[in-house]
Design a protein around this ligand. Structure first.
Ligand SMILES: Cc1cc2nc3c(=O)[nH]c(=O)nc-3n(C[C@H](O)[C@H](O)[C@H](O)COP(=O)(O)OP(=O)(O)OC[C@H]3O[C@@H](n4cnc5c(N)ncnc54)[C@H](O)[C@@H]3O)c2cc1C
Length: 479
């Protein structure tokens, strides 16, 4: 699309077309009202938009897309705006319309026999979890942003989170989708079948597409029976290697029960205590490495607490665990998870961050952390390095901060140099430069180097086939 200003994009004719369609409360034109939709959660990107449109149904989304397609106006779909890659932020030149799904927030159906939930894209993840829990089911997707992130955003980023080790990413939970295509047609693929081999699996194209192929308006998600026995432990361990050893030990004794296995370095936990002073460590001594391990079972008589105590006892005997505290009540369990879930906010309060959400084979996580730390410390001697992540699925968040007291702006200029240094180590292990946060605009420049050739060419052909005019979230994912 050519560079066009906000004023030239939304003329009065377009304004009235959009307002007639979705009503006054469905449109925001005033820059004061649209500002919150133009900045990403990390405050890395400051965009501009001539309009934020908030439809209330798939039919309204389709009409907006047709209106935009006729005028070749680009659309940026936006859910909860918690994405880490700037994917939901419009460009700075001000010609892209933001389409917010937030008014589409109904749970359409929950079936306890099929173990499925059919819901609008704008339902917050936490609302969906609560609705499932009310019917004795679980939607096993959990992450720090769940109060704000929406189902459409979670699907469009193929989000992972804490339970991937057992249930997989969002992709594994999507049985059906309803999508508005870039030409304004609605594809109703809201089937809730466990088996359906009828040609190409279209729904998986839209999972993780970050709004570049169409707008997800509803989904059918798989649920699982609600666990009635849960055991959670917070442990200190002597090293990242010991954290991996503990994972292997837990898996050997309780392969079907691990539902979360999180590694965290001591410094990141210190940050939570610093920025959330009410948070308390359940352990008497600070450590350089910690693990949060959770077992769960649908049966109330699974005896998981005893089983976890037993495996931790074995781990202590062999020096793999230094100390451990088990949650004794659901309040203690929530407090321990809160500690983990406050990581992102604590980092934001501390300083600017250069985040590397990367993945390597599970067996290589300690070696990756050691080598990436060494490479960064050598090239950027003053920075602070903190690593944590979903170790059970090989996803490490390898984050860098400026030295205490150093300026954020100067530090952020190092972003490509630092990310490229970390990624050189990721490549040694045949890992991925983006594990669960996607590509957005921040990492689009990496696609040529990592996925160039047949893979990127095929992605571009799919994009062109569906989005002939290039109006769906341009500038994101594909360089
Ligand atoms: C505190 C915190 C913790 C987090 N923890 C995790 C974590 O553990 N695991 C993880 O994977 N992520 C995590 N994230 C990142 C983020 O929450 C996820 O990426 C989430 O899936 C984004 O959902 P959203 O609704 O906010 O999407 P948005 O940020 O609004 O959008 C993300 C992308 O999806 C597109 N999009 C949004 N809705 C639609 C739609 N309906 N149709 C088509 N495209 C759409 C947007 O255009 C954009 O490209 C965290 C973020 C925060 C702030």
């Amino acid at each position: 699309m050519s560079e066009r200003t906000a004023a030239s994009v939304v003329n009065s004719e377009l304004r009235s077309a959009l307002t007639n369609l979705v009503g006054e409360k469905g449109c925001l034109f005033d820059p004061q009202d649209t500002a919150a939709y133009c900045e990403d959660w990390r405050q890395l990107y400051q965009g501009q938009t001539p309009a934020v449109v908030r439809p209330a149904s798939a039919a309204e989304v389709a009409s907006i897309v047709r209106i935009c397609a006729e005028r070749r106006i680009a659309i940026v779909p936006q859910g909860g705006n918690t994405g880490m890659m700037g994917g939901a932020t419009p460009s700075a030149e001000g010609s892209q319309i933001v389409l917010s799904l937030s008014r589409m927030n109904k749970i359409r159906e929950l079936d306890v026999v099929d173990l499925t939930m059919t819901l609008d894209a704008g339902v917050a993840l936490k609302t969906a979890q609560e609705a499932a829990a009310a019917e004795n089911c679980t939607l096993p997707l959990s992450m720090g942003s769940e109060g704000t992130a929406q189902i459409g955003g979670v699907i469009s980023t193929n989000a992972g989170g804490n339970n991937t080790v057992r249930y997989g990413n969002a992709r594994e939970m999507v049985l059906g989708l309803e999508v508005v295509l870039p030409d304004g047609r609605i594809w109703n693929g809201l089937r809730r079948l466990r088996k359906d081999n009828t040609g190409y699996c279209l729904r998986q194209l839209f999972v993780g597409a970050e709004g570049t192929l169409g707008i997800v308006t509803a989904a059918v998600l798989k649920l699982v029976p609600r666990p009635h026995d849960v055991a959670l432990a917070f442990c200190s361990v002597p090293s990242a290697q010991a954290a991996l050893d503990l994972f292997v030990l837990c898996r050997r004794y309780h392969p079907g029960s691990i539902q979360a296995f999180e590694y965290m370095c001591g410094e990141i936990v210190d940050l939570v205590f610093k920025h959330f002073p009410d948070t308390r460590s359940p352990l008497s001594q600070r450590a350089d490495h910690y693990v949060l391990v959770e077992l769960a079972d649908a049966s109330p008589d699974a005896g998981l607490r005893e089983k976890l105590e037993d495996v931790l006892g074995k781990a202590m005997d062999s020096g793999v665990v230094l100390d451990a505290a088990l949650a004794g009540s659901s309040a203690e369990r929530l407090a321990l998870w809160q500690l983990r879930e406050n990581f992102s906010e604590a980092q934001k309060r501390e300083a600017a961050i250069i985040k590397n959400d990367v993945s390597v084979p599970v067996s290589k996580t300690p070696a990756f952390i050691a080598q990436a730390t060494q490479a960064c410390a050598r090239k950027f001697p003053d920075i602070r390095i903190m690593a944590y992540g979903h170790l059970g699925d090989g996803n490490i968040h390898f984050h860098l901060f400026p030295a205490v007291g150093a300026g954020n702006a100067e530090f952020l200029k190092l972003d490509h140099a630092i990310m490229d240094t970390v990624n050189e180590v990721v490549r040694r292990f045949d890992g991925s430069f983006s594990a669960e946060h996607g590509v957005g605009q921040l990492k689009a420049y990496m696609m040529e180097k990592w996925r160039g050739g047949v893979e990127l060419d095929t992605m571009r052909r799919i994009k062109t086939a569906l989005d002939t005019m290039g109006i769906m979230n341009p500038g994101k994912v594909l360089p």
